[in-house]
Design a binder for this molecule. Sequence first.
Ligand code: KDG
Ligand code: MG
Length: 402
Amino acid sequence: MKITDAKVIVCCPGRNFVTLKIFTDAGICGLGDATLNGREKAVATYLEEYCIPALIGRDARNIEDIWHYFYKGVYWKRGAVTMTAIAAIDLALWDIKARALNTPLYNLLGGKSRDGVLVYAHATGKDLEHTIEDVATKVESGFLAVRVQSGIPGIDHAYGVPKDKSPYEPAQKGLPNEETWDTAKYLNFAPKMFARVREVFGEELHLLHDMHHRCTPIEAARLARELEPFHLFWLEDPVSGELQEGLRLLRQHSTTPIAIGEVFNSVYDYTTLITHQLIDYIRMPLVHGGGITHLQKVAAFASFYHIQTGFHGATDLSPVNLAASLHFNLAINNFGIQEYMPHQQIVHDVFTPNYRFENGFMYVDETPGIGVELNEEKAMRYPYQMACLPINRKSDGTLFYW
Ligand code: KDG
Ligand code: MG
C-alpha cells in the first residue's frame, strides 16, 4: 500500500489546529494531529518541506520503519516541532492501517483492557466561590475526577483561568501577553482552596491540580506536603521538567502523587524520572511525543515501575489526538486517567469525532481507524490566526525563568 500524497490542513475554528492527511493507492486516507500551540506554522512547514516529499512512495503499512526513518534519519533528533511532525505521520499511518483492516484502532494496540476511559474535567472560577460552583457543575455532569484551578487573591490573572464565563483558552491572538505571577500569594491560597473543596464535596471525588511549572523545588515540596490531607489524585508540573532533580527533592518531602510531561517529547525526558520512581503519571501526549509508536514504548517502560499514564488533553490538542488517545488508553494495562476538556461546538463543525462522555468515562464506537473525520471544505472557512501562550513576570518585572 503505497503513500501517494499527503497534505497539511491548518484551520482555526475558534483556535488553531494543524492536521496531516496521508493518501494511499488503496484509496484509504489517514489523519494525524500536528497541533503545537503557538508554533503551529513551524510544524506545518516541517511537514510540508521535509517530511511529505520523503513519505511519498513508502509503504504505509511499515509504521515502525517510517517512524525510525523520520526520527533517526534526519540526524537532529527530538524537539517539540520534530516530534509533533513525527506524531502526525505516525497517527495518520495507524489510522490508515486500522481503516484498511476495518477495525477500531484499539484492536491493533492489544484490544480492550477496559470498557471506558476515566477522564478528568477542568473546574475554574475567578475566585474560590465561583470555582466551587464550577466543580459542582462538573460533578453534576457526571465527572468523577476534577482538576481545580482558581483566580488567586492579589494576582490579576491566573494562567488558564478565564475571568468571565468564556471558554478555556490560554493562547491569546498575536504576540504573547505578559502576565504577573506571585508565588507567595499562590502558596498561601492553594491549601485553603482544597480544604474548602473537600469540605463541600467530601472524600470520594478525585481532585487534581496543575502548578504549571511555577515553583522552585522547595516551594513545590511545601505545597505538596500541605496538600497531603486532601488526598489529591495528582499534583501536576510542580517544578519545571528540565529540573529533574527538583522532583527528587519534592519526593523526599511528600506523598502527594506527581504528574509531569505535557511539554516533554521523548522517552529521554523520562528515563531518570521513571527509573528513580520520582513521578507517578506520565503526561506526554501522543501528538507531541512522536505518536503511538513512541508512546507505546514509553508507557511500557513506565509500567515496569508502576507508573501510569495521564495524557495531556487540553482543547489545544485536536479531536484526532483525543480519539487516538482514547484508543490507546483503552488498550494499555497501566492507564491511569485522561484529561478531557470538550471542544467548542465550532470545532465539531470541522472535526466529527466518534467518542462520547458518560458518567465519568469516555467511550469510542466501533468506527474503523481512529474514528475522526475532517471536513476540509469547512476547515477552509476558518483560516489560521496567530496566537501565543502568555509569558510571566514577577511583580517587580523580572521574567520568570523556570
Ligand atoms: O498549550 C498549553 C496548554 O495545553 C496547557 O497549559 C494546558 O496545562 C495544561 C493542562 O494541563 O491541560
Ligand atoms: Mg498542565
